[in-house]
Design a protein around this ligand. Sequence first.
Ligand SMILES: Cc1cc2nc3c(=O)[nH]c(=O)nc-3n(C[C@H](O)[C@H](O)[C@H](O)COP(=O)(O)O)c2cc1C
Length: 194
Amino acid sequence: MGVIRVVALCGSQAPQSSTESLLRVAATHAELLGADVCFFRGEQLRLPLYGSPADARDAAAVGELLASVAAADGVLLGSPSHHGSLSGLLKNAIDYLEGLRDHANPYLTDKAVGCVAVGAGTQGPVNTMRSLRDTVHSLRGWPTPLGVAVDRASALCQGIPSPAVEHQLAMVSRQVVEFALARRAGAGERRVGN
Ligand SMILES: Cc1cc2nc3c(=O)[nH]c(=O)nc-3n(C[C@H](O)[C@H](O)[C@H](O)COP(=O)(O)O)c2cc1C
């Protein structure tokens, strides 16, 4: 059984992004559980608006994104709350997953997806979490039971999460990795049963 692969997509390109700080902590916890994490920073997701012309460099960046998502067993999504929803940067990158429509496992099929939403208050990130989960459902993914929706002022101090928030991030990563392991074990059983 190979290593579990997790892809992390960060929906903020802000300098000292609070979303990136928290998503990196979640990614580190996934690595501590033995996962191989491919992390896309906000800048790496700076792609032309989906459906508009793309140059060769953009096409290469999209290809890298699609290959990483297709190869992943699990996903971590991090988004700032932008007007009560996920950032346009992340939504646009997710729209490119339409490129996986005809893949053997289309879109996010069979992948657990841990979501992290960060706002400048509490209402925004909670609504953003809901948007993230709706989007994941649309892509046939499995949002983890726990998501992390936080007000950045109380969740982080100089880029370091509070112990309570770190605990939540660790749990989300555990749920992503354990779901991937369970799916693999289940696939093995189905093969044995055939
Ligand atoms: C365009 C824009 C819209 C925002 N809308 C909301 C919002 O609706 N609710 C909220 O709580 N915070 C909102 N914020 C604040 C950000 O969610 C918050 O500062 C977050 O921590 C930014 O994450 P980042 O540092 O990773 O970019 C908004 C910020 C921007 C730039």
